[in-house]
Write a protein of this length. Structure first.
Length: 184
């Protein structure tokens, strides 16, 4: 491992990086840890002469990694740590469908319907995930709701909101269809 720096107009940022060899034989540099800018590192070390401190830090981490004592973790979200040996799989097909969904302006139609019917959940979110899951993996309403936890973007509604959204959409189906056809 080594220390890499990135200079900007106001400061220098320091990173702990490592070179890895890929399966195709090429080398790639990956960032292991962002150490901070020069002011932060100086404050953390307690002195302005922190280059030796950073070099020692890189050597210590290299030794620990070689001995197998260092766990390197990567986070998918800034607030969640992923377990080292866990398998994470997400449905990504919704991103393709999301573009079509918003080009048809279904979100605006849902907003208009929500203004006419006063409820606390997000009708647009319920409809979007129902549509996405029915296209990607057609299943029942309950299975559709349960499978939304496997999407990268997770919804914030409950099962009762899904059923309520379906009853509202049944009342507004003619309006919804007409407006979608108008947007095509």
């Amino acid at each position: 491992m080594r220390i890499a720096m990135s200079k900007s107009t106001n400061t220098i940022n320091f990173y702990l990086v490592d070179d890895v060899k890929l399966d195709n034989g090429k080398r790639k540099t990956i960032t292991i840890e962002k150490l901070g800018n020069s002011q932060f590192v100086a404050k953390k070390n307690g002195t302005d002469d922190f280059i030796d401190f950073l070099k020692d830090y890189a050597k210590e981490n290299t030794i620990e990694l070689n001995e197998g004592n260092l766990d390197i973790s990567f986070s998918l979200f800034n607030y969640k740590l992923i377990d080292k040996d866990s398998f994470n799989s997400f449905k990504g097909g919704s991103f393709f469908l999301l573009d079509i969904y918003y080009k048809l302006k279904v979100d605006e139609i849902c907003e208009d319907i929500s203004k006419r019917h006063k409820f606390s959940f997000d009708l647009n979110e319920c409809l979007a995930f129902m549509v996405f899951d029915r296209v990607i993996n057609p299943s029942s309403k309950l299975t559709t709701f349960e499978s939304t936890s496997s999407y990268l973007l997770r919804p914030k509604y409950d099962i009762q909101h899904l059923y309520r959204a379906l009853s509202v959409l049944a009342l507004e189906s003619k309006t919804l269809i007409a407006l979608i056809q108008f947007n095509v």
